[in-house]
Design a protein around this ligand. Sequence first.
Ligand code: FES
Ligand code: MG
Length: 568
Amino acid sequence: MRSAEWYGGNDRNSYIHRAWMRRGLPADAFDGRPHIAIANTASDLTPCNAHLNEVAESVKSGIYQAGGIALNLPVVSLGETQVRPTAMLWRNMAAMAIEEMLRANPIDGVVLLGGCDKTIPSLLMAASSVDLPAVVVPGGPMLTGTFRGVPLGCGTDVWKLSEEVRAGTLSAAEFTRSESSMIRSRGHCNTMGTASTMGLLAEVLGMTLPGIAGTPAPDSRLLEMSHETGVLIVEMVQKERRPSTVLSRGSFLNAIVALAALGGSTNAVVHLLAIAGRLGIELTQDDFDTVGSEVPLLVDLLPAGRFLMDDFYRAGGLHAVLTEIRDLLDPAALTVTGRPLAEYLDSALVYDREVIRARTSPLQEAAGIAVLYGNLAPDGAVIKPAAASPELLQHRGPAVVFDSVEDLHARLDDPGLEVTADSVLVLRGCGPKGYPGMPEVANMPLPQKLLELGVRDMVRICDGRMSGTAYGTVVLHVAPEAAAGGPLSLVRTGDVIVLDVPARQLYVDIPDAELLARAPSAATVEAFAAPRRGWEKLYVDTVGQANTGADLDFLLGSSGDRVSRESH
Ligand code: FES
Ligand code: MG
């Protein structure tokens, strides 16, 4: 046991390590039984994860039942809706802090409690870099809330309702009244946004107890399976079953296939790339297109469809979907139980064909991520055709360029702005380095005057991200970003932009030489972040681009679980 390096001896240092832990722990706590950390992202400022302390209690009882010692370890938590400038700026910081605390402490394994968007990715990145036996408990989605008798999807309906207010079809007072109806219970967003996506993909990767992902946060079965997870982690330590044992390229390709079938968030692209990067598993942005783009959409959930996570769970949940696409999955990819994921699919049934479609009648034929290239995105950009308007997937129109979110908000609704439904809205300076942190601003609001004419979608292009709960014909993650010298910084208002998703192209229709002979304007450069100290400085200096997962360059790979030198 790794913990024996701390507790196993009879010298002064082992005395110190043991004595300070003896506050209720029995003497046999140090006789060589596994010490398991519960990396807990519960926080009142991460409301989606606030219930995880209760989940931790169930995990704890499972750990004790199996003969382990359970230790609550509060870790950096990120509340997607609360943290500014964007929770994504802190994903790598959380991952680094969690990695270091797992390695520095006398533990043999870890249970990772997450929920809200960035929490499961940061936990998985950390656990992969330490490579201790690790298992995720996804905190689960909230129950469906209703407003005026109609279900409200968190996130997605905020975008919809706020556009209704701007279009004059919903009063400001009614809009405010819907606030308290949207968030009905504990748990994370109940659309197929980033939190739902990453909780489900954690299971597809093999990193959860099979069958747990998607269980609603208030559901008793979540506590039951949390208890079982506590039992499981003790076995995992005994069998030395680590992230590097469980995860393979096949696990990630399975996650890409599932991402498409689920209609999951585009944010999963950067998160999966970042997790693979910590394990040294070869995975590229192009894999998402090659492996996933032809996979049919089988799940009718917001933002691509109609239903919510509660309906998804009732309809049979993740395993029911995976059964439909079983032939596309790597049958050898393992889970934390030591058995392949495929083994768990035999008994899955679909209980509601409205919510989970048969392979023969999908919601959409080819629903995965498309990766676009061209003189605007030499290192690629992504689009989720399932969330886009079919008629805009091949489009040609003049650019209307904004240098920052502030510039966008200042000018978008100006009646004098030269913009039509055919225009292409371009927003730059929103990549990892530019903002910094790559915020979810790519789904720009539409100009008021066009909304009033009934326009509900336009082609939009950005080097930032889009909320997993958003929708529209939005080209995201343009790489290199403008602030890293990408040609996006050189586009001017009036340039004709061509988007051709079937041909995987995104370009400005001017000769490359002419485009590259330009220099970014002073206003463009001024909008890029230029932090002078602290995390933001470290981040901007070392962050990679979206197409490789936007991790810090020195955090790629693993340092393993080596035990460091003594502290006294
Ligand atoms: Fe936490 Fe959506 S805000 S999951
Ligand atoms: Mg989000």
